[in-house]
Design a protein. Structure first.
Lengths: 374, 474
């Protein structure tokens, strides 16, 4: 009898989720990355110089990788690295931006300012030799001729043509706190995630600021789900298709210019509200790097998610859970074998997706990728 | 015993089936990602009395935060211990004067604006918090020295305090923490005092994944950031404001209170819970005025407040300014209650205000007249070592550093495991008393109220104040 129940239970767990999806032909599912390539220092025999991945930046068919101990470039299976031995001014590369006009690479160096990587040479900017506001830099991005820099003491803007530096802190911008964490520059607007001061928007045409705060004004609650930004402890902003995605350590927010939508871990497919970084893929889809895996909102309209995570500490492979809201529709095994799902960075390269974790990075192969649902 | 086991085995398949169904139905899967994490949860954040809860009269919030223990599910626990080290380094960052080149020997003359006049400021050195930072350093030093007298790390390797300055300007604490983490290779960090630099510090710690113990920043929002690497062993301004609000409104029955506070982050953030409590009780501030840090004349603000007919004034600022506000208030014939923060419970405050202080009360972080043998021994040891008595910054730093040392002893040389050990300390009996920590690793020991009597602060618990045995003039 007990063996009968055991068999039934195993059949039950393996079959019921897919049965649910198959039972209703009207249910459409999002694309799921099942095929992955993983990279760690160990698996690359040291070619990847450090496993603690802070930032990923696609550059056509190459990938720049910022790590806790150097800058990496991946191209068609080959790695190239720059550490302090190769002239990198500081070991911790926490942000990367590519100037498409000049081809220069700009690096945010955690605790040592920024650097311009041009013609194989590093040019180092610090608060002692330039107008940079503070050497603790979290990220940077390019808008026109400007380099916008998120520092722990406010925002710096460097004009590459004129060489002028501008400073924006509590005296020059509507920020109660000045601890800037992330910047996303687009041709129309530049967005900043300001830890403790929500999201700041710089309108390039109007040369003016707009601030977005948590309307309830309290740290310990979210009063209403969709009343505005979930929390002022923001970590990243991503603006795509005129939609703002804002990550916090308390959940995810989406803003279409009129309406807000909030996502917590109890009401969505987010594996956790602790979101280190978010990257919008479209106005309908975003990828949230949480401390417990990757939360992909695949289709905003239907609230359909794909959550990539390790189900247990000793699981060999990650599982992709397809969810509508908080309801699990189907679990799909992947071949992703990174040992930890503390997500820090994500980047798109064509139809592929790259993820960076506290121990290694991986590339999801987007063969036959499709947006939305099918 | 055997029968129990047989019964259990027989029912095992059924149990598995039930568990699996539960998982599929959305009860969730518990990831074992941390070691020895306490399972304590809170139903109310911050021991907030219901009448002080935000929006409690109108609705229940969609989501409450900070009620379950913070987790760190990252990779750090797998990092192996170093093979050979000469010392176990612990970082210290605080506003101290020795490392600041402007202050190598003599007080710096700093001109400050005082109501449109430029006058000479004679009170502080480069960082106005340096006198507090030095006490914090002394408390930390004593804890490390005593640990080394007992044999050091696991009886083999000495602990080493790596000291870096937080000069308060330039928001430089972030760079100093980067150096502590990546150049000095410390295992944990203690610091700092002011809210601005403390916040900067913990944001670096979060990225670098290193435990931080705070022993001096009482800003309630310091801990309200969901960072699983941050611990605080000092009672914060949330608790002190609740204690003061209870005293002012419930015990004394006051209704019209004005605020006159420092125009800085400390003044803005730390008074917040008192302001909210007053509003939620139906007694919003009559007015809230500010002064610049370093001001010496407050007569214009006080005259305005006097005309408003208040029955109490609250200030949040440094000891010196708080004392001058009180002194000038009394000189204007304003005999109302004067409330303030723990920063005015100092010899400097008492010296400036003299004996004509009138009715004065402040929130305070611990009971400094304790007869706990542990506290008495610490007082004796500290006095012998430094030739002066310890105060709150020294005592809390001693406790915080002792907690770090205890955690390192238990965890070994791994930052994530040290974090786990600190997270597992749901209570700690230190020299400043028995501390109880909430799910976000904040000391939730109730504040006490310091009341000035005959030129000396006396300390009362909430229970004592509301016992009916004490009478206060309102």
């Amino acid at each position: 009898m007990k063996y009968f129940i055991l068999i039934i239970s195993q059949l039950f767990i393996s079959g019921i989720t897919s049965a649910w999806a198959q039972a209703d032909p009207a249910i459409k599912i999002p694309y799921v990355y099942t095929e992955w390539e993983s990279f760690t220092t160990e698996s690359t025999n040291g070619a990847l110089v450090n496993d603690h991945i802070f930032f990923l930046k696609a550059d056509r068919d190459s990938l720049w990788v910022g790590t806790e101990n150097g800058l990496m470039l991946y191209h068609e299976g080959n790695w190239k690295s720059w550490t302090e031995k190769e002239g990198l001014p500081w070991r911790v590369v926490i942000g990367i931006a590519k100037d498409q006009k000049t081809g220069d690479l700009w690096l945010a160096l955690f605790g040592e300012g920024i650097a311009r990587f041009s013609g194989g040479q590093f040019e180092h900017f610090t608060q002692m030799n330039s107008g940079l506001l503070n050497d603790v830099v979290y990220n940077l991005d390019i808008e026109g001729d400007n380099v916008w820099i998120a520092t722990t003491a406010g925002i710096s803007r460097y004009n590459q043509l004129t060489g002028e530096w501008e400073t924006y802190n509590e005296r020059h911008a509507p920020m109660e706190e000045v601890w800037v964490y992330n910047v996303d520059a687009t041709p129309e607007k530049v967005f900043f995630a300001v830890w403790g001061s929500g999201i700041l928007e710089w309108d390039i045409k109007d040369q003016d600021w707009t601030e977005y705060l948590d309307p309830d004004g309290e740290m310990e609650i979210d009063l209403y789900r969709d009343d505005g930004l979930i929390h002022v402890i923001t970590t990243a902003a991503s603006y795509v298709d005129k939609i703002l995605w804002a990550s916090t350590y308390f959940g995810l927010s989406r803003y279409d210019g009129r309406n807000w939508r909030g996502y917590h871990d109890h009401d969505s497919g987010l594996p956790s509200v602790f979101i280190n970084f978010v990257l919008g893929r479209s106005g309908s889809s975003s990828y949230s790097c949480t401390d417990k895996g990757l939360g992909v909102l695949a289709d905003f309209e239907t609230d359909t998610w794909v959550t990539y995570h390790r189900k247990t500490e000793d699981a060999k492979y990650w599982t992709a859970d397809i969810m509508v809201g908080k309801e699990l529709i189907k679990s799909v095994e992947t071949n992703l074998d990174l040992p930890n799902h503390f997500m820090i960075a994500v980047e798109f390269m064509g139809t592929d997706v790259w993820i960076g974790t506290g121990h290694g990075l991986a590339r999801g192969i987007g063969k036959d990728y499709y947006p939305g649902l099918r | 015993m055997n029968k129990c086991r047989i019964d259990f085995m027989a029912r095992l398949p059924l149990l598995i089936l039930i568990i699996e169904i539960s998982l599929i139905l959305g009860f969730g899967i518990v990831l074992k990602s941390q070691t020895d994490i306490p399972s304590q949860t809170d139903s109310i954040y911050g021991k907030t009395p219901q009448e002080y809860e935000p929006y409690h009269r109108f609705t229940k919030p969609y989501k409450r935060f900070f009620l379950t223990p913070l987790e760190y599910p990252g990779y750090g626990r797998h990092i192996p211990e170093p093979a050979r080290i000469d010392s176990v380094k612990i970082g210290f960052i605080g506003p101290i004067i020795e490392n600041v080149y402007e202050a190598d020997g003599t007080p710096v003359e700093i001109a400050l604006r005082v109501n449109q006049e430029i006058t000479q400021w004679d009170g502080y050195y480069t960082s106005y918090l340096a006198p507090l930072g030095m006490k914090m350093l002394q408390g930390s030093q004593l804890a490390v020295e005593q640990a080394n007298q007992n044999g050091g790390y696991r009886g083999k390797i000495p602990f080493q305090l790596v000291v870096r300055n937080d000069n308060g300007n330039w928001r430089s604490s972030g760079e100093e923490v980067v150096k502590l983490v990546y150049k000095d290779s410390v295992w944990a960090i203690l610091g700092t005092i002011d809210g601005q630099n403390s916040h900067i510090l913990i944001r670096v710690a979060l990225k670098a994944e290193i435990p931080v113990m705070n022993t001096a920043d009482t800003d309630p929002t310091f801990i309200e950031t969901n960072i699983p690497w941050v611990f605080r062993c000092i009672t914060d301004d949330r608790q002190m404001c609740y204690a003061l609000a209870d005293f002012a409104f419930k015990k004394l029955g006051l209704k019209r209170i004005a605020a006159l506070r420092a125009k800085n982050r400390y003044g803005r953030m730390s008074i917040d819970e008192f302001r909210d409590a007053a509003t939620r009780l139906g007694f919003p501030f009559v007015t809230e005025l500010q002064y610049e840090e370093g001001d010496t004349s407050f007569s214009s603000q006080l005259k305005l407040i006097k005309d408003l007919g208040v029955d109490g004034i609250i200030t949040y600022g440094n000891s010196r300014e708080s004392a001058l506000v009180l002194k000038q208030m009394r000189q204007l014939g304003m005999e109302q209650w004067f409330f303030g923060s723990d920063r005015m419970v100092t010899p400097e405050f008492l010296q400036i205000v003299g004996k004509k202080h009138g009715k004065v009360a402040a929130g305070y972080t611990y009971y400094p007249d304790s007869q706990d043998p542990k506290y008495l021994k610490f007082q004796a040891d500290f006095t012998e070592r430094f030739g002066e008595k310890p105060e709150t910054y020294a005592a809390h730093a001693y406790d915080g550093m002792s907690m770090l040392i205890d955690a390192i002893e238990k965890a070994g040389l791994n930052r994530a495991l040290i974090r786990d050990q600190l997270a597992a300390m749901t209570s700690y009996h230190g020299v400043t008393g028995l501390k109880k920590f909430d799910p976000i690793f904040n000391n939730r020991t109730p504040a006490v109220v310091a009341i000035l009597k005959n030129g000396k602060f006396e300390f009362y618990t909430q229970e004592e104040i509301f016992s009916g045995k004490l009478r206060f003039e309102n």
